[in-house]
Structure formats: structure tokens, C-alpha cells
Design a protein around this ligand. Sequence first.
Ligand code: 3AM
Length: 507
Amino acid sequence: MSTLVGMQLSGRYRLDAQIGAGGMSTVYRAFDQNLERRVAIKLLHREMQGDSDQLERFRREARAVAQLSHPHVVGVIDTGEDDNRPYIVFEYVEGETLKDRIRRLGRLPVDESLAYAIEIARALGSAHAHDIVHRDVKPQNVLLDPEGSAKVTDFGIARSLRDDGLTADGRVLGTTDYVSPEQALGHDVDGQSDIYSLGVVLFEMLTGDVPFHGENQIAVAMKHVREDLPDIQVLRPDVSATTAAVLDRMTDKDLSHRYPDVPALIADLEDALAIEAARSGTSTGEATAVIRTLPARTQRRLPFRMRHSIPLLAVLALVGVAVTIIVIVAGDVPERVVDRGTGAGRVESTPQGTRTVSVPRGSAQDYDPLGDEEEHGEEANRVVDRDDGTSWTTETYEAGIEGAGKEGVGIYVDARPEVEAVQIQVKTPKPGFKATIYAAPAGPVPKSVPEGWTKVGGGTVKDKDQRFKLDTGGESFRYYLVWITDLGDADSAAISEIRLFQEVPRR
Ligand code: 3AM
């Protein structure tokens, strides 16, 4: 192949260096002499030339990919044929592949991993909308440009694994590290297969390694068919339950449980990124750029200062100083809400000898283990947004919760790492429902009630501002669940705020 270096394709593209080789083609760094710029050229292997099926496929897919114009897809500039050998001209991306980055740094920060996953998912979404399935999503096919943005390449050019991976005599050409179970079994694949592979890429970013190893590629492929991925929260304990759940759903072997399409996946990845960023209070690398592109609905999960530019913050800081001075001069220092940097920090009455447990925005989750596992999840964080005007609501139960065949539905707050809460405040615009308060220790959220949960309090929510004393038996817990068991006269319940209080240690 190296003999081709120095050659000119179609009198225009000078091949300068071979930069990669795949099962059916070779990638060159080249120079476009007309436009005087660097390009990347993918040239079909000579052996493939006699294979009219493959030739036609390469041509057809090159045309299809050329229709994609997307910021996270490596752009196709031109296609052509030289001496009957088809080639595709791509924009040249200066930088490393995502695989190189993982090799160099090991596991990546959680928010950065999610940011790359979102960018790759956006690229896949655009391809799927054009009926192009990538079929070979892997970090080797994700280029990181000098700004840090991810660009997916090799779209639709890879053949199905049956043709390209496991050959008739069992020889393996491509990697099966990212292969979906259905692809490994040689079934027809669609966009859901790309979602699985992207899930494996996300797993690798979070852990620094692929989930399965084996003696050969076939053994690895069979693990994708038979074995669950290792538990991400065991390997990477700082990953939130939300992110872990998204990863689980991306890599579910059962297609009816896996994300049905990329838009549904993107919405959850975006929420997960906002939650992780809100939890850590900072963002790193590409996450900072992706956070700016999140829809307003998702941005609301973020602390104020992460949503706004520095100059505005500087102005607000000055205003804050002025207000503090006025308050101090007036001789009325408000009680401070202990706040781990989630913004507003509104002044609220706090029971004597206690202080508010600070939970970040993004730390509330709907909980419906006996139903469809979904209870207006998109509204969950309204209970920790310090805004009484916004509420999370249950779904509508015309015949009551019992009538729906459930013992309850609820919402929990993640008071990470853990806390011994002595009181809970539940604010609601419409009192009258009954709730049991449960708590669970650090680790995965228990899958059902009461298993794994400890009852710590509860009763009827009679007031708009209801408080329940909690008895944790001296233990600390991470999750506090408001488990609604009876809606009273209403067909739904609403909660605008949940706050936990802990004792102030005596000196
Ligand atoms: O093997 P490494 O990681 O050095 O970066 C890609 C990878 O490099 C590079 O070709 C190799 C095999 O994919 N590559 C692919 N498309 C590219 C492009 N459009 C590219 N490099 C720059 N621009």
C-alpha cells in the first residue's frame, strides 16, 4: 500500500501518508491541489475491486454519507474513482481519536464522557434520520478536533459484521469489542444496534476499559450476546444512579427495553450530564461546551452560575455584596441555608438545632417500581429547585393508586454521600395525601418497596408545609423516599419542595 504514497488521484489529490487501514479500505492524509488544503482520503482496497457488490456498496454509501452535513460527523468533501478504484475525500481532522485519548488518560471525567456520548449520539441521530446505520460505532471512529469536539467517521461504510467481522472461515477482521448482540448473531441491524455500541463506548470512557475480554473476537462477541455488562457503579462509584440507568438502557440486550431511538437517548444523556455537572458543581473539558448547547428544560437543572457567563455573574456578585451590606446595617442577619453551591440559597425557617441538608439540583428522581418505572421523571427536580411555584406531580390515578394495582409511587432525594436526617419537609400545593418516608443506604437504589428500604417516618400530608420527624435509628442514609400510598380525595399528588434537616453537632 505504501507504494501509493506520492501518487495523485484524479490529477487532484496527492497522497502524502498512510494514516490508517481497515478491512476494506486504507486512509491517507492527502493534499487537495486545487483548493490547496489537507484532506483525508479513504481508498477501497484493490482486492475489493473485483467484488461488484462491495464496489457498488462503497459507491452507494459514499453518496449517502455525502448528504450528511453535521457538526459531529466528519464531512465528506468529494468522491471519485481513479483507475476504477473508488475513493472518498473527507475533511481532515487534526487531533487524536477517542480511543487514543482513553489509552492516554485512562478513564475520563464523568461529565466529559457524557458530553462525548451526546455529541456522538447527535451525529448518529442525523445519520439515522437519513436511514444510515453506522454499524461500527467505536472510539477508533471518533475523532477529536483541536477544540475537543467529537466527530464521527466511517459512517455506513462498514459492512455488517456477517460480511466484515466474522468471515466464513471464522477469521475475524474487525473488533467485536462494541458489537451489539443482534449484530453478533448476524441478525439484521438498525439504529438500536448503534445505540448499544455507543453504550459500550460510554462504558469504556467511564472505566478506561471495554466491558468484555476473551481469547478471540468470537469469544468477546458471545459475551455481548450472553453476559450483562459489569456494574458501572461498582467500577466507578462516582457515577450517579441516573447515568448508570441510562447506560443500562443503552446496552440492554432486549430490544424492547433498549432505547427505541436516538432522540429518546439524547434527552436522557442531556439530563444525566446536567445532573452530573450540578452534583460536582463544575464542568470539565468538552462538557463545558456541550452544557451550553443543552435545551432550556435541561439547563434548568444546573446551578445558576454554570448557566451564565462570567460578566453577568460579576454584576450579580456585586449586587449580592450590596444586599449583604444593607442587611447587616439593618441589623437583621438572615439564617443561612447551608448550600453546596446550588445557587439560590433562599432563606427558610429551620427547626432549632438543625440545619438544612444541602442536596444539589438534579438529585431528585421519580420512583415507580411497580408500574412503568416512570412517574413524570422530567419534573422530579422541581422538588429540589427551591421554588415553591414549581411541582412534581404523580400521574393521574382515576381509581386511586390502589386501583392501579400499586402499593405506591414516589420520589426520592439523593443526599449523597449520606446523612442522618432528623426531619423532612414536604411542601405541596394540594395537601391530603398519605406518604411513608423510607431511607436507603449508599449503593444502587433498591428496586422495590420495602425491600432494601427502612421506614423512617411519614403520615398524612395535611398542610401545604408539612414536616415529619424522622427516626433513622442513628444510621446515615443516602436516599430518602417520599412514598405516596393514598391520594385522599384527589386523583394525583403534587410536591413542590422536599427538604431534609440534620442535627447541628454540639461543640
Ligand atoms: O490510527 P490513528 O489513531 O493514528 O485518526 C484516524 C486514525 O488514526 C485517522 O486514520 C486512522 C484510522 O482511522 N483518520 C481517519 N479519518 C481521518 C480524518 N478525516 C483521520 N485523520 C484525520 N482526518
